[in-house]
Design a protein around this ligand. Sequence first.
Ligand code: SAM
Length: 196
Amino acid sequence: MHRLACKLLAKQVVDDYGIIRGVCLDLGCGLGWFGIELAKLTDLEVFLLDMDFDKLLKARDNALKENVKNRVHLQLADAHNLPFKDHSVNLLVCRGAVFFWERPDIAFKEVYRVMKTSAISFLGGAIGRCMPADIRIRLIDAIKREVKKLGPKEESEWWRRRKPEWLAEWLKKAGIEWFKFIPDPPGIWVEIRKIT
Ligand SMILES: C[S@@+](CC[C@H](N)C(=O)[O-])C[C@H]1O[C@@H](n2cnc3c(N)ncnc32)[C@H](O)[C@@H]1O
């Protein structure tokens, strides 16, 4: 299901933004599926970045199995200190990691710094709009059940972090002016564009 979600999200991002060449950064890539699926659909040079070395090793195996390792690169780094030059990224995607950042304002500033003019970032987490309705319903139920298991305090924090207000506060602290929320229950995405 997780892989299918990443495959469909990659399609959504290509359909919506049409960025098919240049540099793509999958920030907090985990097993790498979002970036790998983007590499399969486009000519992008994809950087899979995570602070967890073991996850990156698995992401490398996945890229090899999917035959995209020639355009997929691994980067062990922290989202709060990105090893990329200013204005160097055409497309940035980030699924599920934003909610774990210690200082989202600092990480969002880094995201904005590395974006080229006219680049787009798509960050947040959820299922995406291309998921068939019956699977979506099952997934939402499963996610709700998992979140409930966290206990009342962490459950309410989980939901709080997926509200536009929580993201807007950090984005404003980061000095980012142009952003748009894309609701995707039970989650949310934020689209950031760098106009100049
Ligand atoms: C919930 S997982 C999501 C993984 C993947 N994007 C996906 O869609 O399955 C969050 C990932 O973000 C990574 N992560 C969390 N905080 C990070 C940070 N500050 N810098 C880099 N990676 C981070 C974690 O190691 C983990 O792999």
